[in-house]
Design a protein around this ligand. Structure first.
Ligand SMILES: Nc1ncnc2c1ncn2[C@@H]1O[C@H](COP(=O)(O)OP(=O)(O)OP(=O)(O)O)[C@@H](O)[C@H]1O
Length: 460
């Protein structure tokens, strides 16, 4: 290793080339561009440098005595996966440069190259590093907001879910997750991804019910510039973003029929076509779907394609509602509380016994999401733990709903849900946003449920 320049605010770079002229040039010019540089005359010295110190970027000549640039690149990627690499190549070795890019190099430059081109490339490397730092920060914030993706629950029904996840995750099978809204379907989908060979790749979640019908295709498969009015720039679709990883199609039952046909084609051919494009593109994506709807009934009513249902339901996981596993509530409540409060307290110090009995007696139509909302509300009101009943939302002490449910004799889950919605509508004077928030469901889900009730009343 020859010279090391003064550190500065730019990238920390390891430059390796056996041409003394280039070594001198880089030792002088890279610092002038604002970077720190370690200059190495051959592959072995370069390797020793990356074994000793972390770099933001390496610039390596492909053709060096002792150890070639590709070997240096591969070893660097093993030691420092986040380090970017630029390879330098003579005209005769551009094929090796392409191999280097396949091995993870950021880009290559053909010698002799202009310093301005290298400066531009380094600018792009710096930009990419900035973006990946921002992404890590966002992921951290998201993880804090969403909480630990750990699936809590010791009830036999949850143990069964855990077993099914363990069985299906390592396969490539499409998975259909069923369950009421807010019961943890997305968490189960993440667990399938995290335990699969795709774990290090992206997990992309899309709520099919939240996308406007005219944008779904472009959202899923992307579009070319000018594909339709307003498509000023090309757009990458979510299937491409998820390439190599898993795509989670939440609320699959909400997908319009025209899109169901297109999705089926993609699942069968493993190829996508961007809107406005003639070319197809191969994709390698595992598909996990979820729904709270009764797909079989939707098939009977002509709202869901039967062939698509058979394509996605090869392996099903049914996530139980929270009221079916009320014994999990204390552990879940403690887990969710720790999402909003970092105090190191034992589970027994988090809630008073009265609060816990109110929580376990509730019917939870919005399932775990509703429980999380109630706990967040309580954490805001409570100055010091434990959470007491007065910290729970106002309607919570009102045992009327539970009384009504208990005194009304046998009731189906659907009927219980109707009662819960009606009570909440009364409490909020018909304000649907407030009702959706209280029940821990989306406004769209609330409207769906109200429409179902209205349709049932009409046909009764
Ligand atoms: N078993 C569990 N352990 C810990 N947290 C859970 C569990 N189940 C659900 N949650 C939490 O509850 C919230 C709702 O879960 P999730 O989004 O997975 O539900 P969902 O069934 O996909 O909802 P929707 O039907 O509305 O899409 C999330 O904050 C999630 O972290």
């Amino acid at each position: 290793m020859s010279k090391k320049t003064q550190p500065n605010a730019g990238l920390s770079i390891m430059f390796a080339d056996d041409e003394p002229g280039l070594q001198e040039l880089m030792a002088a010019e890279l610092p002038r561009l604002g970077h720190t540089v370690t200059v190495c005359p051959d592959g072995l010295t370069a390797l020793a440098a990356v074994e000793k110190q972390a770099y933001d970027c390496i610039i390596v000549d492909l053709d060096m005595p002792g150890m070639n640039g590709i070997e240096v690149l591969q070893r660097t990627k093993e030691l420092q996966p986040l380090c970017e690499a630029i390879v330098l190549t003579g005209k005769s070795t551009t094929e090796s440069a392409i191999i280097a890019v396949k091995c993870g190099a950021f880009d290559y430059l053909t010698k002799p190259s202009r310093l301005a081109d290298l400066a531009t490339l380094l600018g792009r490397v710096a930009e990419r590093r900035q973006i990946s730092k921002q992404m890590s920060a966002l992921q951290l914030r998201l993880r804090r907001a969403e909480g630990d993706p750990q699936l809590i629950g010791k009830h036999p029904s949850m143990e069964r879910v855990a077993k099914l996840i363990a069985k299906v995750a390592p396969t490539e099978s499409t998975v259909l997750i069923r369950g009421e809204t807010g019961c943890g379907k997305e968490l189960v989908a993440r667990a399938v991804h995290d335990r699969s060979r795709r774990a290090a790749e992206s997990f992309v979640a899309i709520n099919c019910g939240a996308l406007p019908e005219n944008l779904i295709e472009s959202e899923l498969f992307g579009h070319c510039r000018g594909a339709f009015t307003g498509a000023d720039a090309a757009r990458t679709g979510m299937f491409q973003v998820a390439d190599g990883g898993t795509i989670f199609l939440d609320e699959i039952g909400e997908l319009p029929l025209s899109m169901q046909a297109k999705l089926l084609r993609v699942l069968e051919s493993r190829e996508i076509r961007r809107v406005g494009d003639n070319q197809v593109e191969k994709i390698d994506v595992r598909v996990v779907c979820a729904t709270h709807r009764n797909l079989e009934q939707m098939v009977e009513q002509g709202e869901f394609r039967e062939d698509l249902m058979f394509r996605i339901n090869t392996f099903e996981i049914e996530v139980p509602s929270l009221r079916e596993r009320a014994s999990d509530i204390p552990e879940l409540a403690a887990h969710l509380l720790r999402r909003f409060n970092n105090e190191q307290l034992s589970d027994a110090e988090l809630f008073t016994p009265e609060t816990m009995s109110a929580l376990t007696a509730h019917v939870w139509p919005g399932n775990v999401r509703e429980l999380a909302n109630v706990i967040e509300h309580a954490v805001i009101l409570c100055d010091a733990l434990p959470i007491r009943p007065e910290h729970l939302p106002r309607h919570f002490g009102d045992r009327q709903l539970r009384k009504e449910l208990r005194s009304s004799g046998p009731m189906s889950l659907r009927e219980m849900e109707h009662v819960a919605i009606e009570q909440a509508l009364e409490r909020h004077d018909g304000n649907k946003s407030a009702v959706a928030a209280e029940l821990g469901i989306s406004l769209k889900t609330l409207y769906n449920k109200l429409n179902t009730v209205a349709a049932e009343k009409q046909s009764a």
